[in-house]
Design a protein around this ligand. Structure first.
Ligand code: MTE
Ligand code: MO
Length: 443
């Protein structure tokens, strides 16, 4: 048995998730068509439905007139009907817009790729649109023995090199951070929205280090440094770089990085927390010790139960969340309801996702959308028929290394409840009898 803590959302949050513009009538048509299709009577019933529907019987302007001209939008933008699908700031987190976060609207996305304009943002000192002709990347050693030829690269030089393209998730280490202390933020956008997934293109860092003549026997770590005012600096172990996964990236989803995401150059460190994906990357130093910079000491260290901190816990462990139905959404009717969500692991590919609709008593294995890629979001779905009772929806992911997503009780037993970082606990959504979906925790 468990008890449910239904937690009050802090002030100022948009508590309704984006609800797509599906009118009641349109939903009824879909639901009706679905049921009749199942019983093999779709053809008999559709004509009468159609006769009553002015959206079918009356020709709309767009079927009669001339549409808009080619290239009226030289750079395409979303439909006017999708305006409420936006990145949003959390009123609870910080009031300083330059050093803030905007969360990705996970509840409104399909598949695994985050549209570049909806990628979450985390800036420690605001974003810049840096002139790529003036941007430089310097690679140096902590002393001459570490690296033979310190070099400076222009963007042109980097773009001329052979490139690699890989699809990976990026998750801020503080994602789901407010939930540690049992503060209920109302929607999945705020609970899990410091998460995005893109196709990145760039040059493997290892290739650049080889060009500079790094002594791989001596060197153990690199320090990556950003060009913005925050001087974001992070230590990355060389062992992560050897396999060519770490990219000095300029491409995101087929075009150049967006300014908010580090244009013209950022580090891509698959599986590792977002803070190490240094944006506006201007310098890499090679050394033999972790650097213990300000961004590794005053933040991004995990506060444990006994008051000590864990440092350099950079891997994003296995995690998943149901994005639909999720907090703030409303089930409009009983019956068939597709449950859909995403799963990911910083250790490799997702092996299995299980879903429970009864608070974890029973679990069923969800369908995984292929391709299932390493250190990348994986979309899962499962059929569900909602009978109208209160239901507790949960998802639990397992990765290829055998790691299983833990419950809150398991995580808190080891790590307490005062931390911010690396919360990969199982998320629960309560579907109330009214159809309203709420963020709850089970204990
Ligand atoms: N130069 C620089 N790099 C940075 C940051 C920053 O503020 N400045 N923020 C870091 C943090 S904490 C995260 S979670 C990710 C966020 O990347 P995004 O803004 O592209 O989502 O960038 C990291 N790289
Ligand atoms: Mo972050």
């Amino acid at each position: 048995m468990f008890s449910i803590s239904l937690r009050k959302a802090p002030e100022g949050f948009l508590t309704q998730a984006d609800i797509r513009h599906i009118s009641k009538g349109r939903r009824d048509l879909f639901a009706g068509a679905f049921k009749t299709a199942l019983s093999g009577m779709a053809l008999a019933s559709l004509p009468s439905l159609a006769k009553d529907d002015p959206n079918i019987m009356e020709l709309p302007a767009h079927s009669k007139g001339l549409g808009q001209g080619v290239a009226t939008n030289p750079y395409g933008v979303p439909s006017q009907y999708e305006k409420n699908i936006q990145r949003r700031e959390s009123p609870g987190l910080t009031q300083v817009t330059q050093a803030g976060v905007s969360f990705c609207p996970l509840q409104s996305l399909f598949g695994i790729i985050t549209p570049s304009g909806l990628h979450f943002e985390r800036h420690h000192q605001g974003w810049w649109d840096i002139d790529p002709t003036k941007h430089r990347l310097m690679i140096n050693g902590s002393d001459e023995k570490m690296l033979k030829r310190p070099m400076v690269f222009t963007m042109d030089e980097l773009l001329r090199m052979p490139s690699m393209t890989r699809t990976h998730f990026i998750e801020c280490g503080a994602n789901s951070g407010m939930e540690w202390g049992n503060v209920a933020v109302p929607t999945v956008q705020y609970t899990h929205g410091m998460l995005s997934c893109s196709e990145f293109t760039g040059v493997p860092l290892r290739a650049l280090l080889e060009l500079c003549g790094v002594d791989f026997k001596r060197a153990k770590f690199v320090l990556a440094e950003g060009a913005d005012g925050s001087s974001m600096t992070r230590t990355i172990p060389l062992s992560l770089i050897q396999n060519d996964e770490v990219l000095v990236a300029y491409g995101q989803n087929g075009e150049m990085l967006r300014p908010e995401n580090g244009y013209p150059l950022r580090l891509v460190v698959p599986g590792v927390q977002g803070v190490s994906w240094v944006k506006y990357l201007r310098r890499i130093e090679v050394g033999d010790m972790p650097y213990a910079t300000k961004d590794e000491v005053i933040g991004y260290a995990d506060l444990m139960k006994d008051g000590l901190h864990r440092q350099y816990t950079s891997i994003q462990e296995v995690k998943s969340v149901i994005t639909s139905p999720s907090g703030g959404q409303v089930l409009l009717q009983k019956g068939f309801c597709n449950i859909s969500g995403v799963a990911w692991s910083g250790r490799g590919a997702i092996k299995r996702v299980e879903v429970s609709v009864d608070g974890g008593r029973n679990w069923r294995v969800a369908r995984l959308q292929t391709p299932v890629m390493s250190k990348c979001l994986t979309r899962f779905q499962i059929d569900w028929s909602w009978g109208g009772d209160a239901s507790l929806l949960m998802s639990r992911a397992v990765d290829e290394t055998g790691h299983i997503q833990p419950t809150y009780a398991q995580n808190r037993a080891v790590r307490g409840s005062r931390g911010i970082y690396h919360n990969n606990s199982i998320q629960t959504w309560l579907v109330e009898q009214s159809g309203e979906v709420k963020n709850v925790q089970l204990s």
